[in-house]
Write a protein that binds this ligand. Structure first.
Ligand code: FES
Length: 558
């Protein structure tokens, strides 16, 4: 059955003449005004390479939509570039931007009475923000990614932006020269497009395929590939079929689709940020997804994809061997995916994967068989315990850590921790605690890549980090984030003191502050929250509305 159209109530009939007059002003004819009006929501910004090119892609998506008999109009959404915002107040706006993007798409879509939605994203928060809007609006919707950058090279070594961050630590530790650092900076991100490793942006693009809300194979072509353009055009076209058959976002974004996405996340060893984003998209879709779902699926899913930062390859490499469908097909054949879920092709996941044209090239060096995994369990584990009663997240794909016990070195901000590491305050065997960087405390849960890269770059191989903030998808090493409840709302992380013993036990999925329960309670009784960092403006508003990381850090009506 065709989807119920919104646009006739706004653009047809005598009383809508003024609205039609404005559509004529932007070039629509009578015939076009009578077709379904569809939005091409495009996260665009020149302030970084990740979404620099998306306006050009929007024009291609419009051509595809027109071929399908639709009337497309593009509108922009914002972008906070994660790499540029990092390590400064800018990073507080990153996660905030995810929810703002969802709100911006909702507002523009509803205010203009569109009938269907193509979303084009790139940088980390743009994909989840757009998918949240699709889930919230529950209209015919299809997502297409802007594509990642090509990898860089320096002295025969393949580079990603992660290497620039780590090169700073290596330079400070006098392991490389200033000129080497400069050359790495110049070569690490040589083209437009998102970060090339399987960091947050590429993981979320992979999730869009695993959820069935993007065309099969559309996540992996680089931003510079002609196949990227082809996928964008096909995406515009495919929206016509969704409208014709009345297929809406929530028909696709089901609990089973989220199980497929989590399975794919675990198998690929993707970014920890995606835990937050899947919880948030599920919240908008009205699907009850919890952190326990992640551990349940992590236990049964082998880690099979050797992708940076945990492995050796970048998205462009995965694309050469067939892209995300290669991973999905292996999981499907092993009985780990729901094959009968509906996707934006109008077909099931299984049908898509059977019909997909896989290149006839070896791929086992990048994506192993499920029977011969890199690790027997998934790349992300949820920890709970006296330090994180509601949960915390560790990426085991990027570390060999099984258990870590060490003395706490406590910092009340990311900035203080970065300075502390530069001043050699942190010693081998310690656990760096960074708190008041959670959803409400920071606010906006900034990423700790500057600190983690400084730890790695300084050659501190036996140092762990625990925070109520987030990590970059590029982070590797024994790093635990998303500790909930966060310090700002009186989580136990607020009362850790220098020298306390912290235990990270991945095997038993625990994160503990090794103190008698009574002592933790007494310390919490004496604790009071610090004054909020922001008293007005967006960050203050956000802090008043945001939920804990264990709930996806979504902003909700008060
Ligand atoms: Fe945009 Fe990495 S900073 S994808």
């Amino acid at each position: 059955m065709p989807a119920k159209l919104n646009s006739p109530s706004r653009y047809h009939g005598i009383y809508n003449a003024p609205h039609r007059a404005f559509l004529r002003s932007v070039g629509l004819t009578d015939e076009e005004i009578n077709k379904p009006l569809v939005a091409i929501a495009t996260a665009w910004s020149e302030a970084g390479p990740c979404n620099f090119h998306t306006l050009a892609l929007a024009r291609v998506a419009k051509e595809g939509a027109k071929e399908a008999g639709l009337s497309p109009l593009a509108f922009p959404t914002m972008v906070v570039n994660d790499n540029i915002g990092m390590g400064s107040e800018g990073m507080r706006y990153s996660l905030v931007s995810r929810d703002l993007i969802a709100d911006m798409v909702e507002a523009q879509f509803n205010a203009h009475a569109f009938d269907g939605l193509v979303g084009i994203g790139g940088c980390d928060k743009t994909t989840p923000g757009i998918l949240m809007a699709m889930a919230r609006l529950n209209v015919p919707s299809i997502y297409v990614y802007g594509g990642s950058a090509e990898p860089g090279y320096f002295m025969g070594r393949r580079l990603t932006i992660e290497d620039v961050h780590e090169a700073i630590g290596a330079y400070l530790a006098k392991k490389i020269s200033e000129n080497d650092l400069y050359e790495i900076e110049k070569r690490a991100h040589p083209t437009l497009g998102t970060c090339s490793g399987l960091f947050t942006a590429n993981t979320m693009a992979s999730m869009s395929e695993a959820l069935g809300i993007a065309l099969p194979g559309s996540a992996s072509p680089t931003a510079t590939s002609s196949r990227r353009v082809m996928y964008v055009r096909e995406t515009g076209k495919a929206l016509g079929n969704l409208i014709e058959n009345g297929i809406k976002a929530r028909d696709i974004l089901t609990y089973e689709a989220f199980e497929n996405a989590i399975t794919t996340l675990m198998a690929m060893g993707g970014s920890t940020n995606v835990v937050l984003h899947l919880l948030a998209i599920a919240y908008e879709a009205g699907v009850k997804l919890t952190l326990d779902d992640f551990n349940r699926i992590s236990k049964r899913t082998p880690y099979i994809a050797s992708m940076k930062p945990g492995g050796d390859y970048v998205m462009a490499d995965l694309d050469e061997v067939g892209g995300v469908p290669v991973v999905l097909k292996k999981l499907l054949d092993a009985g780990l995916l729901h094959g009968d879920v509906l996707t934006v092709t109008g077909k099931t996941m299984k049908q898509n994967l059977m019909e997909y044209k896989y290149p006839n090239v070896p791929h086992n060096h990048i994506v192993r068989d499920v029977s011969n995994p890199i690790k027997p369990r998934g790349g992300i584990v949820i920890l709970k315990g006296s330090l994180a009663p509601e949960g915390a997240v560790i990426k085991v794909a990027a570390t060999n850590l099984v258990k870590f016990e060490g003395k706490a070195k406590v910092y009340n901000s990311e900035d203080d921790a970065f300075k502390g590491i530069q001043n050699n305050e942190v010693k081998e065997g310690e656990v760096v605690i960074i708190r008041y960087e959670g959803p409400k405390g920071a606010p906006g849960m900034p990423e700790m890549l500057r600190v983690t890269a400084a730890i790695m770059g300084a050659g501190l191989n036996n140092v762990a980090l625990v925070t109520d903030g987030r990590f970059s998808g590029a982070t590797r090493g024994p790093m635990v984030g998303h500790v909930a409840p966060e310090a700002m709302v009186g989580g136990p992380i607020a009362v850790v003191e220098d020298g306390d013993t912290i235990v990270i036990d991945v095997e038993n999925e625990r994160l503990d502050l090794k103190l008698p329960e009574e002592e933790i309670k007494n310390r919490l009784k004496r604790w009071s929250p610090p004054p909020p960092r922001y008293k007005s403006g967006l960050l203050a508003k956000y802090a008043s509305l945001v939920s804990q990381a264990s709930m996806g850090a979504v902003t909700r009506p008060a």
